[in-house]
Design a protein around this ligand. Structure first.
Ligand SMILES: [Zn+2]
Length: 411
């Protein structure tokens, strides 16, 4: 395996760094890594050659926020009707859909029963095919917070979240996730759309509680990602040392400044709210979720540009698994970023290099450069001219993950 040499020739290369594309690029891959990348390089003797003339090569795409074991059903509580093992199997199928769409790395932001962690292990061990997975265990939420799945009937669904209150309990909750093998800790520091009784813009957890969870993660070299819509919840999280702000829908100038200063990432997930508003209550999405999504809909695009222009690093994430936000449709978010005001190149960087930094894999993936893992896609058409080509799987002709062909649509 390590001796196999492949070369991709003739394509236009967008390497993920944001630099000028390279025409007629040659990409030499040895084993699982890129060995040489540049224009007009010699193809090593005996290499397996893929002629990609007229096509575009990009790094394997990265989705920095999704939920592998959620299917995009209108109501999140539909997961209660399945035997637990089904949720694991859904995760496997959804992960394959990601790979088929050109996404070679994904970050799972919370799955029931540690299923994203077991999926990660299964992919790493070669038991199943799938993208590289960076995963949290359960989502940590306060009582009545975004991930407190407590129904009005009095029934609580505790498979997906760990409810914690007070500094000591938050500390313990973070330690539990880290013990279970989480790559990072996922918390909720503001209200959310898919939860019934917490207004989107209200803060959740005290600054001291968040600090305790950040401290525990940092002790083992890990970071915290915070679901935060409202400005106060965002600022509490940023000041407590959280690395990534998820959604960030109601971010204000003060929060932008803080995040830029501290190098925090913003993962806007535009497509999540868009799908909820488009499909609405008629499609079976709970009324409270539709009302909340509509309440913030007109702010989110403006605010992602507020972050972007203010120097905050924006990573692309879909929140796939939320209503009608299906796995495999991930590139829609790249298109939404362009609609919001990103250039196509900026949106691609958000889904490649910045994504890799956001999820802590910048040394391994995110750009096509010597030494990194050979994750790339060959695309029919030029996404710099028409970003929508990335949204149609038929255009993703070849998907390489670690030098291995995962998808080949006939190139
Ligand atoms: Zn999410």
């Amino acid at each position: 395996m390590t001796d196999i040499v492949k070369a991709i020739t003739g394509a236009k290369l967008i390497d993920g760094s944001g630099g000028k594309p390279v025409d007629d690029a040659v990409i030499v891959i040895k084993g699982d890594r890129f060995e040489k990348v540049g224009r007009g390089l010699d193809v090593p003797k005996g290499a397996e050659v893929v002629d990609a003339a007229g096509r575009t090569v990009l790094p394997g795409l990265i989705d920095s926020h999704l939920h592998l074991c959620s299917n995009g059903d209108p109501n999140i509580f539909s997961m209660l009707q399945y035997p637990m093992g089904m949720l694991q199997l859904f995760g496997y199928r959804n992960a394959l859909n990601e790979l088929e769409a050109g996404f070679t790395t994904v970050r799972d932001m919370g799955a029931p029963h540690g299923f994203a962690l077991s999926l990660r292990q299964a992919v790493e061990a070669g038991v199943v095919r799938g993208p590289r997975i960076v995963a949290a265990g359960k989502v940590i939420s306060m009582t009545g917070g975004h991930a407190d799945f407590h129904l009005a009937s009095g029934v609580s669904y505790t498979g997906m979240s760990r409810i914690a209150d007070g500094v000591a309990d938050c500390r313990k909750a973070a330690r539990e996730q880290l013990r279970d093998g989480s790559d990072f800790v996922k918390i909720c520091s503001s209200g959310g759309v898919m939860s019934p009784t917490d207004p989107v813009d209200t803060p959740q957890f005290t600054p001291e509680e968040i600090e305790a969870m950040v401290y525990e993660a940092a002790c083992v070299g890990k970071t915290v990602a915070s679901h935060s819509h409202g400005a106060t919840g965002i600022k509490n999280a940023v000041l407590a040392g959280v690395k990534t702000i998820e959604h960030g829908s109601l971010i204000d100038d003060e929060a932008v400044k803080l995040m830029a200063q501290r190098g925090c990432f913003h993962v806007p997930t535009l497509v999540a709210g868009w799908n909820i508003v488009q499909h609405g209550k008629e499609a079976g999405i709970p009324a409270y979720a539709v009302d909340k999504a509509e309440e913030i809909a007109h702010e989110v695009r403006k605010n992602v540009m507020r972050s972007h222009r203010g120097g905050v690093k924006v990573a692309m994430g879909t929140d796939a698994g939320t209503p009608f936000n299906r796995h495999g449709g991930n590139a829609q978010e790249i298109i939404h970023l362009v609609d919001a005001g990103f250039t196509p190149m900026e949106a691609i960087v958000a889904a490649t290099r910045t994504g890799s930094e956001c999820i802590g894999l910048e040394k391994q993936v995110g750009t096509v450069e010597p030494g990194k893992l050979a994750d790339l896609i060959v695309v029919e058409g030029d996404p710099l001219r028409d970003i929508k080509v990335l949204g149609d799987k038929a255009n993703i002709l070849l998907v390489l993950k670690g030098g291995v062909v995962e998808v080949n649509r006939g190139i």
